[in-house]
Design a protein around this ligand. Sequence first.
Ligand SMILES: Cc1cc2nc3c(=O)[nH]c(=O)nc-3n(C[C@H](O)[C@H](O)[C@H](O)COP(=O)(O)OP(=O)(O)OC[C@H]3O[C@@H](n4cnc5c(N)ncnc54)[C@H](O)[C@@H]3O)c2cc1C
Length: 387
Amino acid sequence: MSQAQESSPGIVIIGSGMAGFTTIREIRKLDKEVPITLVTREPGYSYSKPMLSTALASNKNAEQLISTNAEGMADQLATNILSNTEVHEIDSKQQIITTSSGQVPYSKLVLCLGSDQIRLPLEGNAVDSIMSVNDLEDYAKFRQAIAGKKRVAILGAGLIGCEFANDLAIASYEVDVIDLAPQILGRLLPKEASQALQDKLSEAGIHWHLGTTVQSLDKTVDGLSVTLANGKVVICDVFLSAVGLKPRLELAQKAGIKTGLGIQVDRKLETNIQNIYSIGDCAEVDGLVLPYIMPIMQAARALAPNLLGQETMLTYPAMPVMVKTPALPTIVSPPPNGTIGQWTISSVDGGIEALFKSSDGKLLGFALLGAATAQRAALTKELPALL
Ligand SMILES: Cc1cc2nc3c(=O)[nH]c(=O)nc-3n(C[C@H](O)[C@H](O)[C@H](O)COP(=O)(O)OP(=O)(O)OC[C@H]3O[C@@H](n4cnc5c(N)ncnc54)[C@H](O)[C@@H]3O)c2cc1C
Protein backbone atom coordinates (compact mmCIF):
# COMPACT_ATOMS: atom_id res chain seq x y z
CA MET A 1 0.00 0.00 0.00
CA SER A 2 1.41 3.43 -0.89
CA GLN A 3 2.15 6.19 1.61
CA ALA A 4 -0.85 8.09 0.22
CA GLN A 5 -3.35 5.22 0.54
CA GLU A 6 -2.54 4.73 4.23
CA SER A 7 -3.59 8.27 5.21
CA SER A 8 -7.01 8.65 6.82
CA PRO A 9 -9.61 11.17 5.61
CA GLY A 10 -9.54 14.53 7.30
CA ILE A 11 -8.37 17.94 6.17
CA VAL A 12 -6.15 17.76 3.10
CA ILE A 13 -3.97 20.73 2.20
CA ILE A 14 -2.28 20.97 -1.21
CA GLY A 15 0.88 23.09 -1.20
CA SER A 16 3.70 23.62 1.32
CA GLY A 17 4.21 27.36 0.90
CA MET A 18 3.35 30.04 3.42
CA ALA A 19 -0.39 29.50 2.79
CA GLY A 20 -0.34 25.74 3.42
CA PHE A 21 1.78 25.85 6.57
CA THR A 22 0.07 28.92 8.04
CA THR A 23 -3.34 27.30 7.56
CA ILE A 24 -2.19 24.17 9.38
CA ARG A 25 -0.69 26.25 12.21
CA GLU A 26 -4.01 28.05 12.67
CA ILE A 27 -5.95 24.76 12.65
CA ARG A 28 -3.64 23.32 15.29
CA LYS A 29 -4.25 26.33 17.56
CA LEU A 30 -7.92 25.31 17.58
CA ASP A 31 -7.76 21.52 17.27
CA LYS A 32 -4.83 19.28 18.09
CA GLU A 33 -6.52 16.05 16.98
CA VAL A 34 -8.14 16.50 13.56
CA PRO A 35 -6.17 14.47 10.98
CA ILE A 36 -4.33 16.68 8.50
CA THR A 37 -2.49 15.58 5.37
CA LEU A 38 -0.28 17.98 3.44
CA VAL A 39 0.43 17.04 -0.18
CA THR A 40 3.17 18.96 -1.94
CA ARG A 41 5.34 18.60 -4.98
CA GLU A 42 8.12 20.35 -3.06
CA PRO A 43 10.31 18.48 -0.55
CA GLY A 44 8.01 19.68 2.26
CA TYR A 45 10.49 21.96 4.03
CA SER A 46 9.56 25.35 5.39
CA TYR A 47 11.40 28.42 4.14
CA SER A 48 10.63 32.11 3.91
CA LYS A 49 10.00 32.94 0.25
CA PRO A 50 10.50 36.72 0.75
CA MET A 51 14.09 35.99 1.76
CA LEU A 52 14.90 34.73 -1.75
CA SER A 53 15.41 38.32 -2.88
CA THR A 54 17.59 39.33 0.08
CA ALA A 55 19.68 36.20 0.57
CA LEU A 56 22.89 37.51 -1.03
CA ALA A 57 22.99 40.53 1.28
CA SER A 58 22.26 38.34 4.28
CA ASN A 59 24.96 35.92 3.14
CA LYS A 60 22.72 32.86 2.90
CA ASN A 61 22.64 30.15 0.27
CA ALA A 62 19.50 28.25 -0.73
CA GLU A 63 19.99 25.50 1.84
CA GLN A 64 20.50 27.98 4.67
CA LEU A 65 17.09 29.51 3.89
CA ILE A 66 15.34 26.31 5.00
CA SER A 67 14.09 26.87 8.54
CA THR A 68 12.69 23.36 9.15
CA ASN A 69 12.79 20.18 7.06
CA ALA A 70 9.72 18.08 6.21
CA GLU A 71 10.20 15.74 9.15
CA GLY A 72 10.42 18.67 11.55
CA MET A 73 7.29 20.27 10.08
CA ALA A 74 5.38 16.96 10.28
CA ASP A 75 6.26 16.66 13.99
CA GLN A 76 5.68 20.30 14.82
CA LEU A 77 2.25 20.38 13.16
CA ALA A 78 1.18 16.77 13.80
CA THR A 79 0.62 16.45 10.08
CA ASN A 80 1.13 13.65 7.59
CA ILE A 81 3.29 15.21 4.85
CA LEU A 82 3.34 13.62 1.40
CA SER A 83 6.31 15.39 -0.14
CA ASN A 84 7.53 15.31 -3.76
CA THR A 85 3.95 14.38 -4.62
CA GLU A 86 2.07 16.08 -7.42
CA VAL A 87 -1.72 16.35 -7.32
CA HIS A 88 -3.18 15.58 -10.73
CA GLU A 89 -6.92 15.60 -10.18
CA ILE A 90 -9.69 16.43 -7.75
CA ASP A 91 -12.85 14.31 -7.70
CA SER A 92 -15.20 16.55 -5.74
CA LYS A 93 -18.11 14.04 -5.83
CA GLN A 94 -16.15 11.20 -4.21
CA GLN A 95 -14.01 13.69 -2.24
CA ILE A 96 -10.75 12.12 -3.39
CA ILE A 97 -7.63 13.60 -4.94
CA THR A 98 -5.40 11.65 -7.30
CA THR A 99 -1.69 12.18 -6.71
CA SER A 100 1.53 10.82 -8.16
CA SER A 101 1.64 8.42 -5.19
CA GLY A 102 -1.96 7.28 -5.09
CA GLN A 103 -5.39 8.52 -4.06
CA VAL A 104 -6.08 10.54 -0.94
CA PRO A 105 -9.62 10.99 0.43
CA TYR A 106 -10.58 14.26 2.10
CA SER A 107 -13.37 15.68 4.18
CA LYS A 108 -12.21 19.25 3.52
CA LEU A 109 -9.70 20.20 0.84
CA VAL A 110 -7.63 23.40 0.78
CA LEU A 111 -5.90 24.57 -2.40
CA CYS A 112 -2.72 26.51 -1.56
CA LEU A 113 -1.17 26.15 -4.99
CA GLY A 114 0.65 29.49 -5.32
CA SER A 115 1.38 31.15 -8.62
CA ASP A 116 3.65 30.72 -11.63
CA GLN A 117 6.05 33.33 -12.92
CA ILE A 118 4.79 34.80 -16.18
CA ARG A 119 7.12 34.02 -19.09
CA LEU A 120 7.17 36.49 -21.98
CA PRO A 121 7.66 34.84 -25.37
CA LEU A 122 11.16 36.01 -26.37
CA GLU A 123 13.19 35.24 -29.46
CA GLY A 124 16.81 34.15 -29.89
CA ASN A 125 18.97 31.07 -29.44
CA ALA A 126 19.38 31.50 -25.66
CA VAL A 127 15.75 31.56 -24.53
CA ASP A 128 16.22 28.22 -22.79
CA SER A 129 18.69 29.88 -20.42
CA ILE A 130 16.10 32.39 -19.11
CA MET A 131 15.84 31.99 -15.34
CA SER A 132 13.09 32.93 -12.93
CA VAL A 133 12.98 32.55 -9.17
CA ASN A 134 9.71 31.57 -7.56
CA ASP A 135 10.76 28.89 -5.10
CA LEU A 136 13.78 27.55 -3.29
CA GLU A 137 14.77 25.10 -6.03
CA ASP A 138 14.72 27.89 -8.63
CA TYR A 139 16.85 29.92 -6.26
CA ALA A 140 19.42 27.16 -5.83
CA LYS A 141 19.73 27.00 -9.66
CA PHE A 142 20.02 30.78 -9.87
CA ARG A 143 22.81 30.85 -7.28
CA GLN A 144 24.63 28.16 -9.21
CA ALA A 145 24.25 30.14 -12.44
CA ILE A 146 25.61 33.41 -10.99
CA ALA A 147 28.49 31.76 -9.09
CA GLY A 148 31.77 33.15 -10.42
CA LYS A 149 29.88 35.40 -12.87
CA LYS A 150 29.60 39.19 -12.88
CA ARG A 151 26.71 40.47 -14.98
CA VAL A 152 22.99 39.88 -14.49
CA ALA A 153 20.20 41.35 -16.61
CA ILE A 154 16.71 41.44 -15.10
CA LEU A 155 13.53 41.75 -17.12
CA GLY A 156 10.93 43.48 -14.94
CA ALA A 157 11.24 46.49 -12.62
CA GLY A 158 8.44 45.48 -10.26
CA LEU A 159 8.81 44.51 -6.61
CA ILE A 160 10.66 41.25 -7.23
CA GLY A 161 12.87 42.63 -10.03
CA CYS A 162 13.92 45.68 -7.96
CA GLU A 163 14.62 43.59 -4.87
CA PHE A 164 16.81 41.14 -6.79
CA ALA A 165 18.57 44.05 -8.50
CA ASN A 166 19.43 45.67 -5.16
CA ASP A 167 20.52 42.35 -3.64
CA LEU A 168 22.78 41.54 -6.60
CA ALA A 169 24.25 45.06 -6.57
CA ILE A 170 25.10 44.69 -2.87
CA ALA A 171 26.97 41.51 -3.79
CA SER A 172 28.95 43.50 -6.42
CA TYR A 173 27.21 42.19 -9.54
CA GLU A 174 26.74 44.49 -12.52
CA VAL A 175 22.97 44.73 -12.91
CA ASP A 176 20.86 45.92 -15.85
CA VAL A 177 17.09 46.14 -15.44
CA ILE A 178 14.73 46.33 -18.41
CA ASP A 179 11.04 47.24 -18.25
CA LEU A 180 8.44 48.35 -20.74
CA ALA A 181 7.00 50.82 -18.23
CA PRO A 182 8.58 54.27 -18.10
CA GLN A 183 9.02 54.07 -14.30
CA ILE A 184 10.05 51.40 -11.82
CA LEU A 185 7.45 49.87 -9.47
CA GLY A 186 4.89 51.63 -11.64
CA ARG A 187 1.95 49.75 -10.13
CA LEU A 188 2.87 50.59 -6.56
CA LEU A 189 4.46 54.04 -6.52
CA PRO A 190 3.55 57.52 -7.79
CA LYS A 191 6.05 58.95 -10.29
CA GLU A 192 8.14 61.12 -7.92
CA ALA A 193 8.54 58.31 -5.39
CA SER A 194 9.46 55.90 -8.14
CA GLN A 195 12.10 58.34 -9.42
CA ALA A 196 13.59 58.74 -5.94
CA LEU A 197 13.92 54.96 -5.55
CA GLN A 198 15.33 54.63 -9.06
CA ASP A 199 17.96 57.30 -8.29
CA LYS A 200 19.07 55.52 -5.12
CA LEU A 201 19.26 52.19 -6.92
CA SER A 202 21.28 53.88 -9.70
CA GLU A 203 23.71 55.13 -7.04
CA ALA A 204 24.00 51.49 -5.94
CA GLY A 205 25.20 50.75 -9.48
CA ILE A 206 22.05 49.51 -11.24
CA HIS A 207 21.55 50.44 -14.92
CA TRP A 208 18.03 51.00 -16.20
CA HIS A 209 16.48 50.43 -19.63
CA LEU A 210 12.93 51.69 -19.19
CA GLY A 211 10.21 52.18 -21.77
CA THR A 212 11.61 49.32 -23.82
CA THR A 213 11.56 45.56 -23.84
CA VAL A 214 13.66 42.58 -24.84
CA GLN A 215 13.51 41.56 -28.45
CA SER A 216 15.89 38.63 -28.37
CA LEU A 217 18.35 36.78 -26.22
CA ASP A 218 21.31 35.13 -27.90
CA LYS A 219 24.46 33.29 -26.92
CA THR A 220 27.73 35.02 -27.82
CA VAL A 221 31.36 34.24 -27.01
CA ASP A 222 31.17 36.86 -24.28
CA GLY A 223 27.99 35.63 -22.56
CA LEU A 224 24.37 36.41 -23.38
CA SER A 225 23.46 39.22 -25.70
CA VAL A 226 20.15 40.94 -24.89
CA THR A 227 18.81 42.96 -27.81
CA LEU A 228 16.33 45.59 -26.71
CA ALA A 229 13.45 47.00 -28.76
CA ASN A 230 15.16 50.43 -28.67
CA GLY A 231 18.13 48.96 -30.55
CA LYS A 232 20.54 48.82 -27.59
CA VAL A 233 22.35 45.62 -26.69
CA VAL A 234 23.12 44.56 -23.13
CA ILE A 235 25.66 41.82 -22.47
CA CYS A 236 25.16 39.66 -19.40
CA ASP A 237 26.07 36.26 -17.95
CA VAL A 238 22.66 35.44 -16.49
CA PHE A 239 19.21 36.64 -17.55
CA LEU A 240 16.49 36.71 -14.89
CA SER A 241 12.85 37.17 -15.83
CA ALA A 242 10.67 38.82 -13.16
CA VAL A 243 7.67 40.15 -15.04
CA GLY A 244 4.89 39.07 -12.71
CA LEU A 245 2.89 36.17 -11.38
CA LYS A 246 -0.21 34.28 -12.46
CA PRO A 247 -2.20 32.16 -10.00
CA ARG A 248 -2.12 28.39 -10.64
CA LEU A 249 -5.65 27.62 -11.78
CA GLU A 250 -5.49 24.46 -13.88
CA LEU A 251 -6.17 21.90 -11.17
CA ALA A 252 -9.18 23.88 -9.94
CA GLN A 253 -10.52 24.51 -13.44
CA LYS A 254 -10.36 20.78 -14.31
CA ALA A 255 -12.46 20.09 -11.21
CA GLY A 256 -15.12 22.63 -12.18
CA ILE A 257 -14.09 25.15 -9.54
CA LYS A 258 -14.83 28.74 -10.55
CA THR A 259 -11.82 30.87 -11.41
CA GLY A 260 -11.29 34.46 -12.46
CA LEU A 261 -7.91 36.05 -11.89
CA GLY A 262 -7.51 33.45 -9.16
CA ILE A 263 -9.44 30.53 -7.66
CA GLN A 264 -12.60 32.33 -6.58
CA VAL A 265 -13.58 32.04 -2.94
CA ASP A 266 -16.03 33.81 -0.67
CA ARG A 267 -15.19 35.39 2.66
CA LYS A 268 -15.24 31.97 4.30
CA LEU A 269 -12.47 31.08 1.78
CA GLU A 270 -14.78 28.45 0.24
CA THR A 271 -15.02 27.84 -3.51
CA ASN A 272 -18.25 27.20 -5.40
CA ILE A 273 -17.75 23.49 -4.65
CA GLN A 274 -18.65 22.36 -1.17
CA ASN A 275 -15.74 21.38 1.10
CA ILE A 276 -13.11 22.85 -1.22
CA TYR A 277 -11.34 26.01 -0.05
CA SER A 278 -8.45 28.12 -1.32
CA ILE A 279 -5.96 30.59 0.17
CA GLY A 280 -2.69 32.32 -0.75
CA ASP A 281 -1.29 33.49 -4.07
CA CYS A 282 -3.65 31.23 -6.07
CA ALA A 283 -6.84 32.55 -4.45
CA GLU A 284 -9.13 35.39 -5.44
CA VAL A 285 -10.92 36.39 -2.25
CA ASP A 286 -14.09 38.36 -2.87
CA GLY A 287 -12.51 39.72 -6.08
CA LEU A 288 -9.05 40.44 -4.60
CA VAL A 289 -5.82 38.66 -5.53
CA LEU A 290 -3.19 39.85 -3.03
CA PRO A 291 0.02 37.83 -3.47
CA TYR A 292 1.66 38.82 -0.18
CA ILE A 293 2.32 37.38 3.27
CA MET A 294 0.01 39.54 5.41
CA PRO A 295 -3.17 38.59 3.50
CA ILE A 296 -2.22 34.92 3.98
CA MET A 297 -1.83 35.37 7.75
CA GLN A 298 -5.15 37.17 7.94
CA ALA A 299 -6.99 34.67 5.73
CA ALA A 300 -5.61 31.61 7.56
CA ARG A 301 -7.09 32.91 10.82
CA ALA A 302 -10.53 32.91 9.20
CA LEU A 303 -10.05 29.72 7.20
CA ALA A 304 -9.09 27.49 10.14
CA PRO A 305 -12.36 27.88 12.08
CA ASN A 306 -14.36 27.45 8.87
CA LEU A 307 -12.58 24.15 8.20
CA LEU A 308 -13.53 23.05 11.71
CA GLY A 309 -17.19 23.95 11.22
CA GLN A 310 -17.26 27.36 12.93
CA GLU A 311 -18.50 29.90 10.40
CA THR A 312 -16.10 32.85 10.28
CA MET A 313 -15.95 35.74 7.81
CA LEU A 314 -12.62 37.06 6.61
CA THR A 315 -11.81 40.72 7.08
CA TYR A 316 -8.79 42.41 5.54
CA PRO A 317 -7.40 45.51 7.23
CA ALA A 318 -5.04 47.71 5.17
CA MET A 319 -1.86 45.67 4.74
CA PRO A 320 1.16 47.70 3.60
CA VAL A 321 3.93 45.87 1.78
CA MET A 322 7.61 46.45 2.38
CA VAL A 323 9.83 46.74 -0.70
CA LYS A 324 13.12 45.24 0.45
CA THR A 325 15.47 47.68 -1.26
CA PRO A 326 18.14 48.66 1.30
CA ALA A 327 19.27 51.46 -1.07
CA LEU A 328 16.02 53.21 -0.04
CA PRO A 329 13.66 51.16 2.16
CA THR A 330 10.11 51.61 0.91
CA ILE A 331 6.67 50.75 2.26
CA VAL A 332 3.59 50.91 0.08
CA SER A 333 -0.12 50.63 0.55
CA PRO A 334 -1.44 51.33 -2.92
CA PRO A 335 -4.99 52.71 -3.17
CA PRO A 336 -7.45 50.00 -4.25
CA ASN A 337 -7.95 49.75 -8.04
CA GLY A 338 -10.31 52.33 -9.45
CA THR A 339 -10.20 54.56 -6.35
CA ILE A 340 -10.58 58.25 -7.13
CA GLY A 341 -8.21 60.65 -5.42
CA GLN A 342 -4.88 62.43 -5.67
CA TRP A 343 -1.30 61.93 -4.58
CA THR A 344 0.46 64.61 -2.56
CA ILE A 345 4.18 64.15 -2.28
CA SER A 346 6.36 65.78 0.36
CA SER A 347 10.03 65.47 1.13
CA VAL A 348 10.90 64.74 4.72
CA ASP A 349 14.45 64.69 6.04
CA GLY A 350 16.01 61.60 4.40
CA GLY A 351 12.86 60.39 2.71
CA ILE A 352 9.62 60.93 0.84
CA GLU A 353 6.04 60.73 2.05
CA ALA A 354 3.44 60.23 -0.67
CA LEU A 355 -0.19 60.24 0.46
CA PHE A 356 -3.17 59.34 -1.71
CA LYS A 357 -6.32 61.07 -0.51
CA SER A 358 -9.93 61.28 -1.67
CA SER A 359 -11.43 64.67 -2.53
CA ASP A 360 -12.84 64.88 1.01
CA GLY A 361 -9.39 64.35 2.51
CA LYS A 362 -9.60 60.66 3.52
CA LEU A 363 -6.31 58.76 3.33
CA LEU A 364 -6.71 55.85 0.88
CA GLY A 365 -3.12 54.81 0.24
CA PHE A 366 0.50 55.76 0.77
CA ALA A 367 4.10 55.24 -0.25
CA LEU A 368 6.79 55.92 2.34
CA LEU A 369 10.46 56.01 1.40
CA GLY A 370 13.58 56.20 3.56
CA ALA A 371 13.08 58.03 6.87
CA ALA A 372 9.36 58.46 6.11
CA THR A 373 8.86 54.70 6.68
CA ALA A 374 8.73 55.59 10.42
CA GLN A 375 5.17 56.85 9.75
CA ARG A 376 3.98 53.40 8.69
CA ALA A 377 2.08 52.41 11.85
CA ALA A 378 0.39 55.77 12.35
CA LEU A 379 -0.72 56.07 8.72
CA THR A 380 -1.87 52.44 8.44
CA LYS A 381 -4.36 53.11 11.26
CA GLU A 382 -5.96 55.84 9.12
CA LEU A 383 -6.49 53.61 6.08
CA PRO A 384 -9.88 52.01 5.45
CA ALA A 385 -10.18 48.23 5.62
CA LEU A 386 -9.86 46.39 2.29
CA LEU A 387 -12.57 43.85 3.11
C1 LIG B 1 11.37 36.73 -4.41
C2 LIG B 1 10.08 37.02 -3.70
C3 LIG B 1 10.05 37.96 -2.68
C4 LIG B 1 8.87 38.22 -2.01
N1 LIG B 1 8.87 39.16 -1.01
C5 LIG B 1 7.73 39.41 -0.33
C6 LIG B 1 7.70 40.34 0.75
O1 LIG B 1 8.70 40.96 1.07
N2 LIG B 1 6.52 40.54 1.41
C7 LIG B 1 5.38 39.86 1.09
O2 LIG B 1 4.35 40.06 1.72
N3 LIG B 1 5.38 38.97 0.06
C8 LIG B 1 6.52 38.71 -0.64
N4 LIG B 1 6.51 37.80 -1.66
C9 LIG B 1 5.26 37.07 -1.94
C10 LIG B 1 5.08 35.92 -0.93
O3 LIG B 1 6.29 35.25 -0.78
C11 LIG B 1 3.97 35.00 -1.43
O4 LIG B 1 2.77 35.74 -1.39
C12 LIG B 1 3.79 33.74 -0.58
O5 LIG B 1 5.01 33.14 -0.26
C13 LIG B 1 2.89 32.78 -1.36
O6 LIG B 1 2.69 31.62 -0.61
P1 LIG B 1 1.72 30.46 -1.18
O7 LIG B 1 1.76 29.40 -0.14
O8 LIG B 1 0.43 31.03 -1.59
O9 LIG B 1 2.43 29.96 -2.52
P2 LIG B 1 3.77 29.13 -2.75
O10 LIG B 1 4.80 29.46 -1.76
O11 LIG B 1 4.12 29.30 -4.19
O12 LIG B 1 3.35 27.63 -2.51
C14 LIG B 1 2.61 26.88 -3.42
C15 LIG B 1 2.76 25.42 -3.10
O13 LIG B 1 1.87 24.64 -3.88
C16 LIG B 1 2.56 23.51 -4.39
N5 LIG B 1 1.83 23.01 -5.56
C17 LIG B 1 1.34 23.72 -6.60
N6 LIG B 1 0.67 22.91 -7.45
C18 LIG B 1 0.74 21.67 -6.92
C19 LIG B 1 0.24 20.40 -7.33
N7 LIG B 1 -0.48 20.24 -8.45
N8 LIG B 1 0.49 19.32 -6.56
C20 LIG B 1 1.22 19.45 -5.41
N9 LIG B 1 1.70 20.63 -4.96
C21 LIG B 1 1.46 21.72 -5.72
C22 LIG B 1 3.95 24.08 -4.67
O14 LIG B 1 4.90 23.08 -4.85
C23 LIG B 1 4.16 24.89 -3.39
O15 LIG B 1 4.55 24.04 -2.33
C24 LIG B 1 7.69 37.52 -2.36
C25 LIG B 1 7.71 36.57 -3.40
C26 LIG B 1 8.90 36.32 -4.06
C27 LIG B 1 8.92 35.28 -5.17
